[in-house]
Design a protein around this ligand. Structure first.
Ligand code: FE2
Length: 311
């Protein structure tokens, strides 16, 4: 069996507003559009994902919170209705999700071997959180690729930031090892917003885009600084600044998905593709991709003697 590979990782945020604005048949509320910049960003991400032909999508969401350890969904098919507790007016979604239980179990076991507290979630009536669903729907609305769904233990909130993100680093390494042994082509999804300062009141028409803008200047400037570094591939500097970014921009990456994903990819120092940026109730959201396949091909091409030089 060929070893499995991580083809790419996406920063894939989950405000339910984007899904609401798409009007998919599974969501009960109806919208008159809105948040187009982000939705078109996801369209570009979808086209890239389609080319990558993954066998499995792995998603880490901050809104499936497990206080004791890191949990993995261990039920092959989950169906039900997910409601956003903060925006029930926008998100009441009927999901039908196929789970790659074999790979989930392997991630769980590898995590345990690295010293993490891990557990399989076997409740067949489990209600999947809106973060997991919005990210999965926006990146692959066909719902035809099996999923590994990972909870947020939120250790960076309870321990020191260093200890908490250190644990997410281990979870990433465990995930990579499990994928490697699985022989599968995997895509990772970090379900995170960047700056997370938000408005506290919703406009009468939620999709009224005249009311949508960054909640504050500092958060916006931080987002641009971090995105600029990511676009240039300076991920060392991104991770050096991450704790300060989290503090000053109240960034949702604190919940660990971003660190988990980059650890699993072994912190590639490659430029990210920015598919797009937009605010949702004032928070900063970027859809970004680290395409390892493309980066490897690029490196490979760089190593080849050029045809011109040989002629
Ligand atoms: Fe969130």
């Amino acid at each position: 069996m060929q070893p499995g590979v991580i083809v790419s990782g996406f920063l894939a945020p989950h405000p339910p507003h984007m899904l609401y604005a798409e009007n998919p048949p599974q969501n009960e509320p109806r919208a008159q559009g809105g948040w187009e910049q982000l939705r078109w960003a996801y369209e570009r991400a979808r086209a890239s994902l389609e080319e990558q032909r993954p066998d499995v999508l792995l998603v880490h969401s901050p809104h499936w919170i497990t206080s004791v350890g890191h949990h993995f969904i261990g039920v092959e098919r989950l169906q039900g209705r997910s409601v956003d507790p903060i925006f029930p007016n926008l998100f009441r979604f009927d999901y039908d999700m196929q789970v790659d239980v074999e790979l989930a179990e392997a991630c769980c076991e590898q995590g345990r071997k690295l010293g993490l507290h891990t557990k399989m979630m076997r409740n067949p009536r489990f209600r999947v959180d809106y973060g997991t669903i919005v990210t999965l729907h926006m990146i692959r609305p066909q719902w035809d690729i099996p999923v590994v769904s990972i909870s947020a233990n939120n250790t960076p909130y309870y321990l020191s930031m260093k200890e908490g993100l250190g644990e997410m680093d281990l979870l990433g390494k465990a995930t990579a090892e499990a994928i490697h042994k699985s022989g599968k082509r995997a895509v990772l999804l970090a379900s995170n917003t960047l700056s997370h300062w938000h408005f506290h009141e919703e406009p009468p028409v939620p999709e009224d885009m005249t009311r949508e803008h960054p909640q504050n200047l500092l958060g916006y400037q931080w987002d641009m600084r971090m995105i600029d570094l990511m676009r240039r591939g300076d991920m060392r500097e991104v991770f050096r600044l991450l704790p300060q970014f989290i503090e000053e921009a109240f960034a949702e990456v604190k919940s660990g998905a971003f660190t988990w994903m980059h650890a699993a990819m072994d912190y590639p120092q490659i430029p990210a593709d920015l598919h797009g940026y937009g605010t949702v109730i004032g928070t900063g959201n970027a859809v970004m991709e680290w395409n390892l396949l493309k980066a490897n091909l690029y490196e490979h091409a760089q190593r080849q003697p050029s045809r011109v030089a040989n002629s």
